[in-house]
Design a protein around this ligand. Structure first.
Ligand code: FE2
Length: 433
């Protein structure tokens, strides 16, 4: 067998160190110490972390990089963002949507982000953004897995042609069924939309990803309806609730009933930390709510949780750069996820967890899987988050597709702060007693 690439002396996110990874014909063919022999290319990782690629399971590719078109969001609220997007929509062209998407994807891929689930608005009768992003999906397939969600931004019932447009988009090849129940005219319409959209997914054999309860309203209960429909239609493992920010404000007793139901039904949760922290709490005086969903509690109930980027330079968010380590950092801080285990979870929330939610095939650093990986200028996942580590090499199907020079060598190996050994800090028996 001819080996295309060997990455030598790597650390893996699961804690293994000092192993080599060999790649051939686009797959990982060996992970073991001291792989010798000829290869098209050999990279010495110098003990640094090789991670599976970053994955963003919640994004809006049709709006990205449109900041300032046709104006800026003055209030910073979700609702002004939706109104502003409504002003921009008639001005969109196929070429402009495609050009911005490709520019963003170049930026994302250079940072090791090799799979993105994007929502695409289907409330424009021209379905112009749908067609542009289907084009983009084909163009980028060699280096990025792009999933599209048919997203009725103006409401499945509230927008007069959304229902037929959503069907048309799915017929054109859009992968996933989306929705936005909290934007319907009434709570009852929101619940009805959950029934209708989950039934479409069940009938077509598709996944579901709903913008669900993206409000500060403690009484917004669409996640309950989504969970009910998931269970009723046997869609477990195929449904994600995105945002779920109202859960931040819900009554504790209600949440104690809700979370076991979500776990039982097999609903996943996607928080979008950068967006949730700037958009939620806008109607509060002080204290201002953070709005991020209850990540530790969801986790405790065994509910899969991922972090998405959501927006980059668009009507809702003026910042961002396609860096999933920035997303992990914000999720960590807002959720106060500071234990060693919690910080490792935050790294998984932008790698393994969204890969599972997206049902990506062949993902992960395991023999037989796709030879997709990122060499980071860090020793482990926690250091990667701390440093927003430079992506020294981005590898897709065994080929290096992007490289960035090391930032400041002394930030990591050698001379970095010593590894924390929790055992060294455990209470002594004499003190404990
Ligand atoms: Fe979103």
């Amino acid at each position: 067998m001819s080996i295309d690439l060997i990455v030598k002396n790597v650390a893996l996110p699961d804690g293994r160190t000092g192993v080599d990874i060999a790649c051939a014909a686009g797959k990982i063919v060996a992970i073991e110490p001291n792989i010798d022999g000829e290869a098209g290319r050999i990279i010495d990782a110098g003990g640094r972390l090789v991670s599976p690629p970053f994955v963003d399971c919640h994004f809006h590719m049709d709006a990205t990089l449109s900041l300032g078109l046709p104006r800026l969001n003055q209030s910073g609220t979700l609702l002004e963002g939706i109104a502003l997007w409504g002003e921009l929509k008639p001005l969109l062209t196929h070429e402009a949507v495609k050009e911005r998407a490709l520019r963003y994807i170049d930026l994302a891929v250079s940072q090791g982000l090799l799979a993105i689930r994007t929502h695409v608005d289907v409330c424009d009768d021209r379905l112009l953004a749908v067609e542009a992003l289907l084009d983009v999906k084909k163009t980028v397939a060699p280096y990025l897995d792009l999933q599209l969600v048919a997203f009725p931004q103006d409401g499945y019932y509230r927008s007069p042609t959304a229902a037929q447009n959503l069907d048309r988009a799915l017929d054109l090849g859009v992968d996933i069924v989306g929705g936005i129940p909290h934007f319907e005219r009434t709570m009852a319409d929101g619940a009805r939309s959950m029934t209708a959209l989950c039934e479409i997914a069940a009938k077509r054999g598709l996944l579901v990803d709903i913008h669900c309860d993206e409000t500060d309203d403690p009484n917004s209960r669409h996640i309950e309806a989504l969970t009910y429909e998931t269970q009723r239609l046997g869609l477990g493992g195929r449904v994600a609730g995105s945002h779920l920010t109202s859960m931040h404000s819900m009554d504790n007793y209600y949440v104690s009933k809700l979370l076991p139901l979500m776990a039982e039904a097999g609903v996943s949760a996607i928080a979008n930390p950068l967006i949730n922290i700037v958009i939620q709490g806008r109607h509060d005086t002080y204290p201002k709510r953070r709005g991020q969903t209850r990540v530790p509690e969801l986790r405790k109930h065994g509910i899969p949780v991922a972090f998405g980027h959501d927006c980059v330079m668009d009507p809702w968010y003026s910042l961002g750069q396609g860096d999933m380590l920035e997303v992990a950092t914000m999720g960590l801080h807002v959720g106060q996820l500071t234990s060693r285990d919690d910080m490792r979870f935050c790294f998984k929330a932008v790698t393994e967890a969204p890969a599972k939610i997206m049902h990506l095939d062949g993902y992960g650093i395991t023999v037989g899987n796709n030879a997709d990986m990122v060499l980071l200028q860090a020793a482990d996942p926690i250091e990667a988050i701390r440093l927003k580590a430079t992506r020294l090499a981005v590898i897709r199907r065994g080929k290096v597709i992007a490289e960035t020079p090391a930032r400041i060598a002394s930030l990591d190996l050698p001379g970095r702060p010593p590894r924390v050994d929790p055992a060294a800090y455990a209470p002594k028996a004499s003190l404990a007693g």
